[in-house]
Design a binder for this molecule. Structure first.
Ligand SMILES: NC(=O)c1ccc[n+]([C@@H]2O[C@H](COP(=O)([O-])OP(=O)(O)OC[C@H]3O[C@@H](n4cnc5c(N)ncnc54)[C@H](O)[C@@H]3O)[C@@H](O)[C@H]2O)c1
Length: 279
């Protein structure tokens, strides 16, 4: 149950999956919520459900790829709650297929939502967090794909690796300023969610890979378990949030391959091992 002075958390992509799990967990910590999603129906249903349980929640239909809408989200948060303490730049979409077969429109959608959404969140909210002059936290949802590339996921790998780079840069910049604003980057492996519903039509090779990915995600960690780990890391002001430990050999192999200048090799079992580790 939240109270009038609970921290204010803004969560994008809140209507489903990881964002929804974060929202439900935040309520148990007494936070006041500003929930954003482009899915107006799902967003309203979640807002109603949380309010019925006594939480202070506002919802704002937002396309994170549009800076004007993200600025409106910030203004809405300030109008209702007067401050923002946590910002979860979480909304994201999936696109599989061979790099060269993904259309302009598909590339653009991935860049706009997965990367543009985080850029817009940072540009809209960080100046506010700095002006507030008190502790605040920005949590950007990347992915294991932000650390290790898989075939047939080029726009996802590209945008998530950019989110990791952006998060590290922001962390350094805020530290340079001595600002009380912390940053985390969330890099989960498979989490049970609806993300594969956002995958657009792919070719034959891409579609069998999509099926494997879909199965792996459906068997992944629950959003509730993920949220518990995320809020524990935020309480510790931890930058890296890596809830799936099974991927570490893949990351070690990648670093080794870079340092030794040997050619990278992908092991499909890495994806499957992460799903098993999450169960
Ligand atoms: N599920 C996984 O296995 C997994 C693993 C690693 C990272 N992630 C990342 O977690 C984040 C959340 O994904 P999820 O798995 O919960 O998927 P999901 O599809 O269940 O939820 C994503 C939500 O984002 C919303 N959304 C999509 N585009 C939007 C936009 N332009 N503006 C506002 N809202 C938008 C959707 O409507 C949906 O409610 C994404 O960034 C995703 O890349 C997911």
């Amino acid at each position: 149950m939240s109270n009038e002075s609970g921290p204010v958390a803004v969560i994008t992509g809140a209507a489903s999956g990881i964002g929804r799990g974060l929202a439900e967990h935040a309520v148990t910590l007494g936070m006041r919520l500003v929930l954003a999603d482009r899915d107006a129906v799902g967003l309203q249903a979640l807002g109603d459900q949380l309010r019925e349980n006594g939480a202070q929640v506002i919802t704002c239909v937002t396309d994170v790829g549009d800076l004007v809408q993200v600025e409106r989200l910030r203004d809405c948060a300030i109008e209702h709650f007067g401050a923002v303490d946590l910002l979860f730049n979480n909304a994201g979409v999936m696109q599989t297929g061979y790099s060269w077969e993904i259309t302009d429109a598909q590339w653009q959608r991935m860049l706009d939502v997965n990367l543009g959404g985080v850029i817009n969140g940072i540009r809209s909210f960080v100046p506010l967090l700095l002006r507030q002059g008190r502790a605040a936290h920005v949590i950007n949802t990347a992915s294991l794909a932000g650390l290790v590339s898989s075939p047939l996921m080029a726009p996802y790998n590209v945008t998530k690796q950019a989110v990791v780079a952006l998060s590290e840069t922001l962390h350094y910049e805020l530290a340079m300023l001595g600002a009380p604003v912390s940053v985390s980057v969330l890099c989960p492996g498979p989490v049970a969610s609806e993300i594969m519903a956002s995958n657009q039509t792919v070719d034959t090779a891409g579609s069998s890979f999509s099926q494997l990915l879909d199965n792996t995600i459906r068997q992944g960690m629950t959003p509730a378990e993920l949220a518990t780990q995320v809020f524990a890391a935020v309480a510790q002001k931890r930058f890296w949030i890596l809830p799936h430990k099974g991927f570490k050999p893949a990351l070690e192999r990648r670093v080794h391959s870079i340092l030794e200048e040997t050619n990278p090799q992908f092991h499909m079992t890495d994806v499957e091992e992460d799903a098993h580790a999450a169960r």
